[in-house]
Design a protein around this ligand. Structure first.
Ligand code: GMT
Length: 375
């Protein structure tokens, strides 16, 4: 099949999932065309089966806001025609499903039918999409998609609760390539980050308010009072600076390392002992799954789809949003002795295997076939 994938190319779960999906499809001999404004960050493997088409929005003094949807839908029309694309798969409803639908209609004028699959990722529904400014357009584009998928049951429930959805939503969980992780990193170079007796606690995100970064610092503050430990903070975003300030005020500045955005999160997770994800909202929690596949247990909130990924008492522990006391106690429970930690590490890995790429990607292929059959 020839599949066009539209996604956000920056650091963030939806772009990562879209990119990994494209790579997996290309390995199965499908031809994949990424259409977005920048080469996706995890797309370091361009091959004969993977193409990247950049969407440019020319600057024009009259435009106060650059019309990205317009440029994207035009690029979609051109790409579908030039490469004879079979299926359009848009990740994140705003504005991708909207632009995709416009492209579909323009192509129909020329007698070309292209089915559109829309995957909902989370904030496009629970945060941004639900805003009255966007809601009618988001509802419209979801209802006009040929197939709609969501990355968790929780996100499906939220979508049905918040929007007036006419059709079905199929749950296709996010996935991870377990095989790659088994072979890639054997030398963890842990000594670069911590002394042998210190535990390494890690948080990875886009440092937005929804991630509750101050909770991460508070949990770590309690942990390091009981157990020698370092905190690695990976990512960039508006909450980074306040978090750095808080670490200074708490006197733990030397124990917390802010690494910024990284393309090498597997290397960081390779020497991590615990992952913290106390988010306010999380449709799935891909970062938690990436930790688990690297044998890192997870202390998380029980928001949204996280309970579908992090198994209570097995791969880690879940608490109510904001309950940093319980999260800290559970973290210490896992980290306190080597035997307990090793058990949680192995469990985390075993749970992650349920989300292996080989289990999930065939579900998307079946969905493309289903969408094509609607033609
Ligand atoms: O978490 C974010 O702020 C980024 C966002 C995105 O769109 O990239 O992540 C969402 O999609 C991920 C991939 O499906 C999910 O794993 C995240 O849980 C989800 N984030 C939220 O729902 C807040």
């Amino acid at each position: 099949m020839k599949i066009a994938i539209v996604c956000y190319p920056t650091f963030g779960g939806s772009g990562v999932v879209a990119t990994e999906l494209g790579i997996a499809l290309s390995k199965l001999n499908h031809e994949v065309h990424f259409i977005t404004y920048k080469q996706p960050v995890r797309l370091n493997l361009l091959s004969t089966n993977i193409h990247f088409h950049e969407v440019n929005v020319p600057d024009y003094p009259l435009f106060h806001y650059q019309p990205y949807e317009l440029a994207l839908s035009s690029k979609l029309v051109d790409t579908v025609k030039k490469y004879k694309i079979d299926v359009l798969h848009v990740h994140y409803a705003i504005p991708h499903a909207y632009a995709g639908y416009m492209a579909k209609k323009m192509l129909e004028e020329e007698g070309i039918y292209i089915p559109m699959v829309t995957t909902l990722h989370g904030t496009d529904i629970t945060l941004v999409g639900n805003h009255p400014f966007y809601k009618p357009a988001v509802t419209f584009s979801i209802n006009k998609s040929d197939v709609v998928t969501s990355v968790s049951q929780s996100l499906k429930d939220d979508t049905l609760r918040l929007f007036d959805i006419k059709g079905n939503i199929e749950v296709v969980p996010n996935f991870i390539d377990v095989g790659i992780r088994q072979t890639s990193f054997t030398d963890c170079q842990r000594e670069l980050m911590a002394t042998p007796e210190e535990r390494i606690v890690t948080h990875i995100s886009n440092f937005r308010a929804v991630k509750r970064i101050t909770d991460v610092v508070d949990i770590f503050y309690t942990i390091q009072k009981e157990i020698p430990a370092k905190l690695l903070m990976v990512g960039e975003g508006p909450e980074r600076e306040p978090a750095e300030q808080k670490c200074k005020e708490l006197g733990i500045k030397d124990k917390v390392i802010f690494l910024g955005n990284s393309n090498e999160i597997d290397k960081v997770l390779c020497f991590s002992d615990l992952f913290l994800l106390p988010s306010e909202r999380e449709s799935f929690g891909l970062a938690a799954l990436e930790a688990m596949v690297n044998k890192v247990p997870v202390i998380s909130s029980n928001a949204g789809g996280i309970p579908e990924v992090n198994n209570q008492g097995v791969s880690g522990y879940l608490s109510n949003v904001g309950d940093v006391k319980e999260m800290s106690e559970n973290a210490i429970k896992i980290l306190k002795d080597d035997i307990t930690l090793e058990r949680f590490k192995q469990n985390a890995y075993n749970e992650a295997r349920k989300f292996d790429v080989n289990e999930i990607v065939p579900k998307y292929i079946a969905i493309y076939q289903e969408a094509l059959a609607m033609a």
